[in-house]
Design a protein around this ligand. Structure first.
Ligand code: GUN
Length: 298
């Protein structure tokens, strides 16, 4: 068997096209342009590339991107003051703090300080909680993008055994909640898991976000499984590879994401979609679903 490739680049481009249409509609009908504040602290080269991509994707789809490039010496209080300002700025619909942040800053405190209805990363405990209770509001971009990739295969979710490898707050955990919401039977493996191979071998859907190059061996993949690789690493020869041993996994899987060109472009596409949704919801043009508390105070 040779797996079919899930083309994240193409699917992300379609989503970006739809975002551009919705942004234009919002502007034409209500005279408002969604605004996204992107904050980067310090000079981590990889983060600078990611942020540049996010900002140029905003411009391309008509979203106003507001840049805050802060020095590595920025204190937690200074960052909290900036976020408070942006929380109260009616022209700002989304606030994103690029991670990782310098050690002096506690990222979870920062995320909780962002208004939940401007948390376009979908990292705020309120938004994670909404996903957990099956009433998603703003959804974490990478897991949300993975769900779009899985939907594109046309394969069913109900009753399938889905494994998430990696239990981080921003990817692994919301990924498991997304798969549970879709009707999968879920398992999560992490650094203390004793026999990763056994878990991978029984799983119909394997989503890997471990941050370890080649962790999942191709021979472990169940024939006919769907494999989603969230990892990205540069080898010594300069090639980009993921957490899954792609060439052998491809021979057993039915569907697989390439690295690059799989999950990566989806994260940015879902960020843009979240920003338009956040603008529509906060401005009262779209309902975020059933809710029991005032989002602005969450
Ligand atoms: N660092 C790596 N990926 C992301 C992301 O999706 N959002 C933020 N805020 N930081 C990141």
């Amino acid at each position: 068997m040779s797996a079919k490739l899930i083309d994240g680049k193409k699917i992300a481009a379609e989503i970006r096209g739809l975002v551009a249409v919705r942004v234009k509609e919002l502007l034409d009908t209500h005279g408002c342009q969604p605004g996204l504040a992107v904050i980067i602290i310090g000079e981590d080269p990889a983060s600078q590339v990611y942020v540049r991509n996010k900002r140029s994707a905003c411009e391309e789809t008509g979203i106003r991107s507001v840049a805050y490039d802060l020095p590595a010496t920025t204190t937690q209080d200074e960052l909290l003051a900036l976020i408070e300002n942006l929380n109260n700025n009616d022209d700002i619909d989304g606030i994103l703090v690029q991670t990782p942040v310098p050690d002096a800053i506690d990222i979870e405190t920062i995320i909780e300080s962002i208004r939940a209805d401007k948390d376009v990363d979908g990292f705020h405990p309120y938004n994670i909680g909404r996903l957990a209770v099956r009433v998603p509001a703003l959804r974490s971009c990478t897991p949300y993008g993975v769900m779009k990739l899985l939907e594109s295969t046309g394969e069913k979710f109900y009753g399938r055994e889905a494994l998430v490898v990696g239990a981080s707050n921003h990817v692994g955990r919301p990924m498991a909640l997304e798969l549970l919401l879709a009707g999968c039977t879920i398992s999560v493996c992490h650094r203390f898991t004793r026999n990763l191979e056994e878990w991978v071998k029984r799983s119909d859907i394997v989503v890997v976000a471990a941050g370890k190059q080649g962790l999942v061996k191709g021979e472990w993949i169940k024939p006919g499984a769907t494999v989603i690789d969230i990892g990205i690493h540069r080898t010594e020869s300069g090639k980009l590879v993921g957490d899954v041993d792609f060439s052998t996994a491809q021979q057993r899987a039915a569907w697989i994401t390439p690295v690059p060109g799989g999950v990566g472009p989806m994260t940015v596409a879902m960020l843009l979609q979240n920003t338009v949704d956040a603008a529509l919801i906060r401005r009262g043009f779209k309902d975020s679903g059933k809710r029991t508390v005032d989002l602005s105070r969450a």
